[in-house]
Design a protein around this ligand. Structure first.
Ligand SMILES: Nc1ncnc2c1ncn2[C@@H]1O[C@H](COP(=O)(O)OP(=O)(O)OP(=O)(O)O)[C@@H](O)[C@H]1O
Ligand SMILES: [Mg+2]
Length: 201
């Protein structure tokens, strides 16, 4: 079966300074504004009759400067994608993908309005043995997942210099303007700005 590759259209003679071409002439984007990276990570879960609403929020005050342009590493994309996949699967109606930055760091939060992480899961989440040792059969039956997605996400994101935290949060504690009583699973990833920000734009 032949594989068709998607190419971005660009006027002749103009090159995106953040891109190079691979051996097939395929354009590779090495960096992108943070909101584009987040939309890219969430794209598979944004469509379909069962899909929750995916909301994007910028939590940074304007004083912190313009949105960072970040390295578009596969580890970052796939790591975030696994987190957003979970949030989309457990959300009742909506998922929040929030970003915040200061001069020193860049933070991404994924929050949903589902049941939240159970106490049992919280004790094990992020460890590689979840599926073998502690995952209930109910979990498998309900979602059909392997129970590795979170561990893989955490490992990939940590490899890029990110620190992953998780728990359950009220939406209003993440952003007061989102105060509608929603609560759910919360995951945050924080990188020192110097490790995630693209050096060449
Ligand atoms: N957003 C969430 N809300 C509630 N529980 C969650 C959420 N995300 C993960 N969990 C719990 O943590 C468990 C582990 O998540 P993980 O992503 O590792 O596995 P999975 O989604 O079951 O399978 P997969 O390997 O396909 O990702 C889930 O089975 C679920 O019980
Ligand atoms: Mg998963």
């Amino acid at each position: 079966m032949s594989r068709r590759k998607k190419r971005r259209k660009r006027p002749k003679g103009r090159r995106d300074p953040a891109s190079q071409q691979d051996v097939d002439g395929e354009e590779i984007l090495h960096s992108a504004a943070i909101d584009l990276v987040l939309k890219d990570a969430a794209a598979p879960f944004a469509k379909g009759p069962e899909a929750p609403a995916i909301m994007y929020e910028t939590l940074s005050a304007a004083s912190e400067g313009p949105a960072p342009v970040i390295e578009r590493k596969p580890e970052i994309l796939f790591g975030l994608r696994n987190l957003i996949e979970n949030a989309s699967a457990f959300a009742l109606t909506k998922v929040l993908i929030a970003s915040a930055w200061t001069q020193n760091d860049v933070k991404i939060i994924v929050l949903d309005d589902g049941p939240g992480f159970s106490t049992e899961i919280l004790a094990w989440l992020g460890e590689p043995y979840l599926s073998a040792r502690n995952r209930s059969r109910n979990t498998v039956a309900r979602k059909g997942g392997l129970g590795l997605g979170f561990f893989i996400a955490k490992t990939l994101l940590e490899r890029t210099g990110g620190k992953v935290m998780f728990g359950n949060r009220r939406w209003r504690d993440v952003d007061a303007s989102l105060d509608d009583g929603s609560v759910g699973a919360w995951v945050s990833v924080v990188w020192p700005r110097k490790v995630i920000e693209a050096t060449e734009q």
